[in-house]
Write a protein that binds this ligand. Structure first.
Ligand SMILES: Cc1ncc(COP(=O)(O)O)c(C=O)c1O
Length: 462
């Protein structure tokens, strides 16, 4: 798979006509919300109850939906049952983290066995070595690995290790990229056009209140623009500790830039003594050797999460032995890394069962199915101001006729329209994100895909 064939587009004509297309559905927003509430009274009641203990009703921003998120009772394979007793086909699998579906028997058995033996110890277990051996054998950049409890923690540790290794502070991240909730990466994740400044030199915009400031710590660049990365490294290279980049940028429509971009990042890090970090918290699901196996560039460090925990909280920092050596507890000036639940044996058992099931043939199956979904979506949206993007087992419909390549092209999409389509799909029993991101798992069956595509066609062609 190259950068070229991973992103497919079906484009349309002028913005005025695009407005004509999006407006009728948006005019139905109240009616759609009424239908959602009617279909989900139990979720609504639970959300109201949760509102008394959670600020605004939520304890996890990523799942926020208006007027409220669905509450779930259980899941098996690719299907969920919500608290209203409705069957919902899952096309997001807890933010891509369940590549073999919900409650897979192999995972349930492995976890149950481990639970019977004890769920956490003030010491080590063989399970964590087994998971580490599996991951380091697959991932080209991974000579050593350390486990954490979330992708955010993995990113935090990777940045600290890169800074410890280089003795420098500045990190480069890309506009529109989400790397979790650590202070130094919550810059320009979804910046407002009023604040984001020059397209060639974006102004770093805080994504949250409460950040201590990014001066001298964070440089934001446009995603996928090789010449601007070269220019920035020529100017600041000697101060740069690391470049952190998603090989496939989730928030920019699951797009993969051309290989030259990653080759340039590799070369520039080598030239200037900076560390190249691939954030594969999501992108690791692109292939047996991760996204780095797909783009053909080996970073110095890789951050992991989601699928490697088999449905349990997890994170991982993998990379060159000499770099991770700064986190050796016996090293002088070491980078400290503790965590009560790091390498938890239940997580390790679930991760091992999942990643073992996810062999090369399984990756081939989900990627083939993902490509089929994208191909059929392109057919469905032909002639409409919609663009289909994605790679591997992932897909996204963008409410824009513009090719989506970076943050500023991605935000030409009509987010309100995407949200309403997602809500209609949820009413129909299909779960994508409010931004119409989706993915398949090994548990996704042809009838699930047929059902989703028929529901999308009925909405966009009505
Ligand atoms: C690329 C990327 N990095 C880091 C994270 C943070 O992971 P977590 O939610 O496990 O903290 C995410 C979460 O979606 C992500 O997509």
């Amino acid at each position: 798979m190259s950068g070229k064939d991973t992103s497919m587009t079906a484009s349309f004509t002028t913005p005025a006509l695009a407005n004509d297309f999006f407006a009728p559905l948006k005019a139905r927003a109240d009616e759609i919300e009424r239908r959602y509430r009617q279909a989900t009274p139990v979720s609504q009641a639970l959300f109201e109850r949760g509102g008394k203990v959670f600020p605004g009703g939520f304890t996890r921003d990523a799942i926020v939906r208006s007027p409220y998120a669905p509450f779930f009772a259980r899941g098996k394979g690719a299907e969920l049952i919500d608290r209203d007793g409705r069957r919902i086909v899952d096309f997001w699998f807890n933010a891509t983290s369940l590549p073999i579906g919900h409650a897979d028997d192999r995972v349930v058995t492995a976890v149950s066995e481990q639970l019977g033996l004890g769920s956490a110890f003030f010491g080590m277990t063989e399970r964590e070595i087994e998971l580490a051996e599996l991951l380091t054998a697959r991932l080209p950049s991974a000579e050593r690995i350390r486990f954490a409890n979330s992708g955010s923690e993995a990113v935090m540790m990777a940045l600290r290790i890169a800074r410890g290794f280089t003795g420098r502070n500045l990190l480069i991240k890309f506009e529109g990229a989400y790397h979790g909730t650590y202070d130094d990466v919550q810059w320009s994740v979804g910046p407002s056009p009023k604040l984001f400044g020059d397209a060639r030199r974006p102004t770093p915009v805080p994504d949250t209140a409460g950040l201590p400031g990014g001066d001298g710590r964070v440089l934001v660049l446009p995603y996928g623009h090789t010449e601007l990365l070269e220019e920035a490294m020529a100017m600041h290279g000697g101060k740069v500790a690391c470049i952190i980049v998603e090989p496939m940028c989730n928030r920019i429509g699951l797009v993969i830039p051309p290989p030259e971009f990653f080759q340039a990042a590799r070369r520039l890090c080598d030239t200037h003594g900076a560390v190249l970090i691939f954030d594969e918290v999501i992108a690791f699901r692109l292939g047996y050797r991760g996204a780095q196996g797909v783009v053909g560039v080996t970073p110095d460090m890789t951050t992991l999460g989601k699928i490697i925990g088999g449905g349990f909280p997890v994170g991982g920092v993998a990379g060159r032995a000499d770099i991770l050596a700064v986190s050796d507890p016996h090293a002088k000036n070491r980078v400290a890394h503790a965590g009560t639940f790091n390498a938890n044996p239940v997580t390790a058992a679930a991760g091992l069962a999942t990643m073992t099931a996810l062999d090369e043939a399984a990756f081939e199956r989900i990627n083939t199915l993902g490509a089929e979904v994208r191909r059929r979506l392109v057919e469905i949206v032909k002639g409409l101001p919609l663009t289909v993007t994605g790679a591997g087992s992932l897909f996204k419909i963008n409410a824009t006729a513009e090719p989506v390549t970076d943050y500023r092209s991605a935000i030409t999409a009509d987010a309100a329209w995407e949200k309403l389509v997602s809500q209609l799909l949820l009413i129909d029993g299909f779960m994508l994100t409010p931004t119409l991101h989706g993915c398949v798992s090994t548990a996704t069956r042809p009838e699930h895909v047929d059902g989703l595509l028929a529901a999308i066609a009925a909405i966009v062609r009505s």
